[in-house]
Design a protein around this ligand. Structure first.
Ligand SMILES: C[S@@+](CC[C@H](N)C(=O)[O-])C[C@H]1O[C@@H](n2cnc3c(N)ncnc32)[C@H](O)[C@@H]1O
Length: 432
């Protein structure tokens, strides 16, 4: 009688219509599939139940989070090989048996269903909700941010390293010289240069995280900074760093929603890795609020992840794994939409720089940091959380590498009626 791994391989190959690109090892020790490839480990029957009764991204994700499913070998190679192979099938697993044309494979599917046992109880409602658009009220945004960021500063220290910057770094051509710290510093410096910061000016850093941009801008460019975040934990951490740097007279950190800032105007605004939280429905409100907070001639640097446009934009759905397990209520928009919404608010969009490859490299560093600090990360969060983060960051690195998503810095100016933008004629001198 065939073993679990060969049965699963045969059924999966007929379902997918292509040979499985990874090896499978089942709980009974059986193995099947190509040699010298990463191994997909099915640790128990529960994993099999999840795969058979709720296939697709969430079925896989749940099995991964629970530790029922694992990958041995190169995680990136495994994810890359399996990308696009996920089958989304809403119907009952028993119809799977009928779908098998080859009688031998049909028998294997029947055996697998027997091995798997009855379906698992339904998942918590949050995972099952297939919302296309989120509401993004102040209340819901605060709750979503807490879910993501209040996992604890110690956990983020492990992943992000000493720079505590949670957005794409800016790498130089000399790979061997750069570290995550130097590349993050270069990114912050690039933003400061694009914003034309000079001593005495006033900067608003929307979504200030742990205060890195606020501190860099105040220390290196002598500006006064207001940094806002929705996370209490981040604000406390940022305030301490500001005090340690002796910058309390120049940097103020607030727990505040960008919609509640009333003490404009500012000379410049930076928004780095924050606008992903805003949501399509609210995006014009966001760009208009920032426009209103700038002086005439003031500049905004919006640094944001973008997705590719869809043939039918109305059919766009948020990524269900990321929505359920990582970033509740996060939403990506194509770069064209971001530019249009900035223009609709009144901005003159002057420069768009895609730094996609930089994010892939940044994420690979974060994954390596997490792997190095694994035991501590698990103690500080939970095995499930640490596993989710590793998978999420590795999958995102691949998505950037393969151009499935991008990240852009958009420089926009509140150009006055005179048309004097205040920008130099040759802006590429930013790069030194
Ligand atoms: C990915 S983090 C980026 C942090 C920082 N800019 C960096 O690069 O390290 C996103 C930040 O946006 C903040 N944020 C999200 N929604 C916000 C809102 N409505 N108002 C103010 N801050 C918000 C979060 O609290 C968090 O600090």
């Amino acid at each position: 009688m065939a073993d679990a791994a060969s049965r699963l391989t045969r059924v999966a190959e007929q379902l997918l219509g292509v040979p499985l690109p990874v090896r499978i090892r089942a709980w009974d020790g059986s193995q099947a599939g190509p040699p010298a490839t990463p191994v997909l480990v099915i640790r128990n029957r529960r994993a099999l139940r999840r795969l058979l009764f709720k296939p697709g991204e969430l079925g896989l994700a749940r099995a991964w989070v629970a530790g029922d499913l694992d990958i041995e070998g190169d995680l990136y190679a495994a994810l890359d090989a399996m990308a696009g192979l996920i089958w989304e099938r809403g119907d009952d697993a028993r119809s799977l048996v009928q779908a098998m044309r080859d009688p031998e494979v049909r028998a294997a599917a029947r055996e697998l269903l027997k091995l798997a046992g009855p379906p698992l109880p339904p998942a918590p409602p949050r995972e099952e909700v297939r919302r296309r658009r989120h509401l993004h009220t102040r209340h819901s945004d605060k709750r979503a941010i807490s879910h993501h960021y209040d996992v604890g500063n110690d956990f983020y220290e492990i992943v992000l390293g000493a720079s505590m910057v949670y957005s794409c770094a800016y790498w130089g051509p000399a790979e061997e010289d750069a570290t995550l710290v130097s590349a993050q510093r270069d990114k912050l410096e690039l933003v400061c240069r694009k914003l034309g910061l000079t001593p005495g000016r006033r900067l608003l850093d929307v979504g200030c995280g742990w205060g890195s941009m606020a501190i860099h801008a105040a220390r290196e460019h002598g500006v006064g900074v207001v940094g806002i975040t929705l996370s209490q934990e981040q604000a406390a951490y940022a305030r301490k760093r500001v005090a340690d740097e002796g910058l309390t007279d120049r940097v103020e950190i607030r727990v505040q929603d960008y919609r509640d800032v009333v003490d404009g105007p500012f000379d410049a605004i930076s928004s780095i890795g924050m606008a992903e939280h805003v949501g399509t429905e609210r995006y014009l409100e966001y760009t208009s609020a920032l426009y209103a907070l700038l002086k005439p001639g003031g500049r905004l640097l919006n640094h944001q992840i973008a997705r590719r446009p869809q043939r039918d934009e109305g059919a766009y759905e948020v990524d269900r794994f990321i929505d359920a397990y990582v970033f509740p209520d996060g939403e990506l928009a194509p770069i064209g939409t971001t530019v249009t919404q900035l223009e609709r608010a009144g901005f003159e969009v002057r420069d768009v720089e895609s730094i996609r490859e930089h994010y892939a490299r940044t994420l690979r560093h974060w994954v390596a940091n997490l792997e190095t600090g694994w035991d501590r990360a698990v103690r500080l969060s939970s095995p499930g959380r640490a596993r989710v983060w590793r998978l999420y960051m590795a999958a995102c690195a691949l998505a950037f590498e393969r151009n499935r998503i991008g990240v852009n810095q958009v420089l926009a100016v509140r150009t006055p009626e005179s048309g004097a933008s205040g920008l130099p004629l040759r802006t590429r001198t930013w790069h030194g």
